[in-house]
Design a binder for this molecule. Sequence first.
Ligand SMILES: C[S@@+](CC[C@H](N)C(=O)[O-])C[C@H]1O[C@@H](n2cnc3c(N)ncnc32)[C@H](O)[C@@H]1O
Length: 217
Amino acid sequence: MLEKMGEFFDNRLNGYDEHQMTCIESAGEFYPFTAKCLPKEAGVHILDLGCGTGLELEQYFRINPSAKVTGIDLAPGMLDALKNKLPNQDLTLILGSYFDVPFGNGIYDAAVSVESLHHFTKEEKIPLYAKLKDALKADGYFVLTDYFALSEEEEQFHRQELLRLRKMQGIDDDEFYHYDTPLTVQHEVEALQEADFSTVEILNNWGATYTLRTGKR
Ligand SMILES: C[S@@+](CC[C@H](N)C(=O)[O-])C[C@H]1O[C@@H](n2cnc3c(N)ncnc32)[C@H](O)[C@@H]1O
């Protein structure tokens, strides 16, 4: 049974962190690795797309306690948990979809997203990435850690499955329902490049999880 995106995560809030850290292969490595890829200078401003309970942010604030972070998420319970976990950090939390929330222009030193963007198509991501690029400072960059389809067949299979389940449940609204539809790394890179990001580097990978980095130049 498909559930609306925010409700899906809030319904699993209890035990969410433990589930991520114990059931997702190499989570103990990719969260700290992602945090280490973000700027270490005092007072930098970071945007987190789909911050959830902030597993990547806990790691990041250990490295850079004076960073200022804006996090966007659809799930109010996840954001409350994050606020309670990190009460002393400079955190601005926005409840909403990163497709709808305006990011502003030239504001952020870097952006990050972990395990959130695998729910969306390449076509949905291109305008999102174009908006993200505008939100970064001239030397700003984006670090994406997520899991990817290992073949185009796998990518197609998940997308068709989501459409089949939506039809079966009679869902015809425009809302996001939770179902994992990872792109291939190649399609993710194309989405970033079509949004006019510069060269995309693969910084690391653990099974189907990759960390990509791209910048404005
Ligand atoms: C698997 S969790 C990852 C949370 C956190 N980044 C982590 O790695 O633990 C995915 C998060 O993305 C959020 N999310 C999914 N689609 C979103 C959207 N369109 N806008 C904002 N948040 C979204 C969900 O609500 C959820 O909290």
